[in-house]
Ligand binder design. Structure first.
Ligand code: FES
Ligand code: FES
Length: 156
């Protein structure tokens, strides 16, 4: 089947989509956007987080046909040309990236959090990130990155 979806502001069409295929697969394998990571494929890790109509979702849990006519933003859609999104820059500056596998999902989640709540408390940050697992950093550097982005007045 054919799925039409706007991705990062650009109307895209994916052909030969299997009705049970995940949006994650469609983004990565059909639309050439590998930034969104596939770690668990079960909705447990958040590495595949994208925004769909402005809401964070696990792309591995969204059937591609459900995205028909929707607006999807992936991590590739956050930077402006060669300029990193401020949340991406904050992760770099805070040293919050190790293997990087969790990072795209975290970046999308944090960009959404700061957009919704620019002055999030630590408790609110921890709650917002509860669905994003990181096996490397111990989370402290990630919290530092969120605080840094927030202090810089970063918005999506
Ligand atoms: S790959 Fe989707 S939540 Fe883990
Ligand atoms: S940096 Fe490796 S999983 Fe988070």
């Amino acid at each position: 089947m054919r799925v039409r979806v706007t991705v990062n502001g650009v109307p895209r069409t994916a052909d030969d989509v299997w009705p049970g295929e995940s949006l994650l697969f469609t983004l990565r394998e059909r639309l050439g956007l590998p930034g969104t990571k596939n770690a668990c494929e079960q909705g447990e890790c958040g590495s595949c987080t994208v925004l769909m109509d402005g809401e964070p979702v696990c792309a591995c849990l969204v059937a591609a046909p459900q995205a028909e006519g929707r607006d999807v933003v992936t991590v590739e859609g956050l930077a402006t040309g060669e300029d990193l999104h401020p949340v991406q820059q904050a992760f770099v500056d805070a040293g919050a990236v190790q293997c990087g596998f969790c990072t795209p999902g975290l970046i999308v989640t944090v960009a959404d959090l700061i957009h919704r709540n620019p002055t999030a408390t630590d408790a609110e940050i921890r709650e917002a990130l509860a669905g994003n697992l990181c096996r490397c950093t111990g989370y402290e550097k990630i919290l530092d990155a969120v605080r840094l982005a927030s202090a810089r007045g970063t918005a999506l």
